[in-house]
Design a protein around this ligand. Structure first.
Ligand code: ADP
Ligand code: BG6
Length: 482
């Protein structure tokens, strides 16, 4: 048959032929515990919205809702060269950003994989690793040495309380981190000290969360962008609030900051529902929480983000193996190793286009040294789809809640970044379907009021733009915090 135009991508029919009854029954159980109905999504979103409000109140709530002291929308005219670093959950990036002043920018960047043991290193080792990476990057960019002081925007992808834009007290480590003597400390002087020890001519001008950087960078090029979202190792979002809608800020507000001023809020919504009121936690989610360095924290994040999805799949497969349903008479040693599988594993399982799941067979053999028969592969494929679909559907409740809380009626772009958003199969289409379920949208898809769009490089360009906005405020003698 002659195909006109590009070939349609192969899509699995996914028949359950030759799957024995006991595995069919198990699949039914998995579907019941991992599926999230439209009604459940609406219940979660309503609670999410009230928790966002609570986080802005004087007494606070589960969700930190951190004022970032980014008090301006970018104009698109910001210009100059800035250095930015992004300490994420998996990588450190060093970025040289040249803001062109016309809603455009040029970036040069290098990525440094964080050493696997970094999560339990010392504070000095962490900041020395960062300073060494910056030193290496500067040597590449300026082989003859840089003549003048370079301002730096420090993107720190962890919850940090900010009394001003150039300070940040780490509230708690997330994403499996457990580095001593950093929580409740200001991380800006720690970085500045490590840079000074290497005689690097760098001044840390601003501390930024990656979601705030994503929000600002995306708004710089796309004025419809009203949210900055990260679906990566962790999950989080930032949006512009109005100061008058933040009760916890009213007491100490500097005179030159108007209650009508915008302020970017770093929600830190990975902490949503630490009280376990609405989220449909399974016994596997409970194991992940109990075995994490910070049990009881980041309940939402632990169900949906990149650091955990591969581990979730591993725990379910191990449980079914121990029940005698999977991989009988095989040693499964690797399957017993915590965090042995990252989220690229379920992603690759979902990408296999073949009815007999031959790619899945090779993947399980390569990564786990296990021979999975066709019936086991079909169960595991269904399980990966359930975990991936639940992650995307739950993730979007945050976006719906922010949209409702801000009372938007216009079309809003939600700018998203992170490997789960960018690489997990069907994440975006599943998330968009979840939005339609939550709001019961009947209009054509291209008229949906919330549009998920790929973000600009938030932790690079965003940090630079915020550093530029901060320098402008300082030059104008305006406050940059309490
Ligand atoms: N192909 C993939 N599909 C989905 N998630 C992935 C894929 N590859 C890696 N990941 C997950 O993405 C996370 C890294 O996210 P990324 O945004 O790249 O870094 P960071 O979170 O440090 O900014 C890891 O938790 C990893 O498990
Ligand atoms: O970019 P990453 O590493 O996936 O981080 C996403 C989020 O991860 C959360 O754990 C952090 O508390 C947030 O501050 C961060 O924004």
């Amino acid at each position: 048959m002659v195909h006109l135009g590009p070939k349609k991508p192969q899509h699995r029919k996914g028949s359950m032929m030759d799957v024995p009854r006991d595995l069919i029954e198990e699949i039914k159980v998995l579907k019941s515990i991992f599926s999230v109905s439209p009604a459940k999504l609406r219940q979660i979103t309503d609670h999410f919205r009230s928790e966002l409000e609570k986080g802005l109140s004087v007494n606070g709530g589960n969700i930190p809702m951190i004022p970032t002291w980014v008090l301006d929308y970018p104009t698109g005219k910001e210009s100059g060269s800035y250095l930015a670093i992004d300490l994420g959950g998996t990588n450190l990036r060093v970025v040289l950003v040249n803001l062109l002043g016309n809603r455009d920018f040029d970036t040069t960047q290098s990525k440094y994989s964080l050493p696997r043991k970094i999560r339990t290193a010392t504070a000095d080792e962490l900041f020395d690793f960062i300073a060494t990476s910056i030193q290496e990057f500067l040597h590449e960019q300026y082989p003859d040495g840089c003549k003048e002081e370079i301002p730096l925007g420090f993107t720190f992808s962890y919850p940090a309380t900010q009394s001003a834009i150039n300070t940040g007290l780490l509230q708690r480590w997330t994403k499996g981190y457990d580095i001593k003597n950093v929580e409740n400390h200001d991380v800006v002087p720690m970085l500045q000290k490590a840079l000074k020890q290497k005689n690097l001519p760098i001044t840390v001008v601003a501390l930024i969360n990656d979601t705030t950087g994503t929000l600002v960078a995306s708004h710089y090029t796309d004025p419809k962008a009203e949210m900055g979202l990260i679906f990566g190792t962790g999950c989080n979002g930032a949006y512009y609030e109005l100061i008058k809608n933040v009760p916890k800020l009213q007491k100490d507000l500097p005179k030159d900051i108007s209650p009508d001023s915008p302020i970017a809020i770093n929600c830190e919504y990975g902490a949503f529902d630490n009280e376990h009121k609405v989220l449909p936690r399974t016994k596997y989610d409970i194991i992940i929480d109990e075995q994490s360095p910070r049990p009881g924290q980041q309940s939402f994040e632990k169900m949906i983000s990149g650091y955990y999805l591969g581990e979730l799949l591993r725990l379910v497969m191990l449980d079914l193996h121990q029940k005698g349903l999977l991989f009988e008479n095989q040693s499964c040693d690797k399957l017993k190793i915590p965090f042995h599988l990252d989220t690229s594993f379920p992603a690759k399982i979902e990408e296999d286009p073949f009815e007999n799941l031959s790619d899945v067979k090779d993947l399980i053999l390569d990564e786990l040294n296990i021979h999975a028969n066709i019936a086991e592969r079909k169960l595991i494929r269904t399980l990966a789809e359930l975990i991936g679909t639940r992650a995307s559907r739950l993730s979007i409740c945050a976006v719906a809640a922010i949209y409702q809380k801000r009372g938007f009626t216009k079309t809003v772009h939600a700018a998203a970044d992170g490997s789960v958003f960018n690489k997990y199969p069907d994440f975006q289409s599943r998330a968009t379907q979840a939005l339609a379920d939550i709001f019961d949208w009947k209009m054509p898809k291209d008229q949906y009021p919330i549009v998920l769009v790929p973000a600009e490089d938030g932790s690079g360009a965003g940090a630079a733009i915020i550093a530029a906005l901060t320098e402008n405020r300082i030059e104008a003698g305006l406050s940059i915090g309490l």
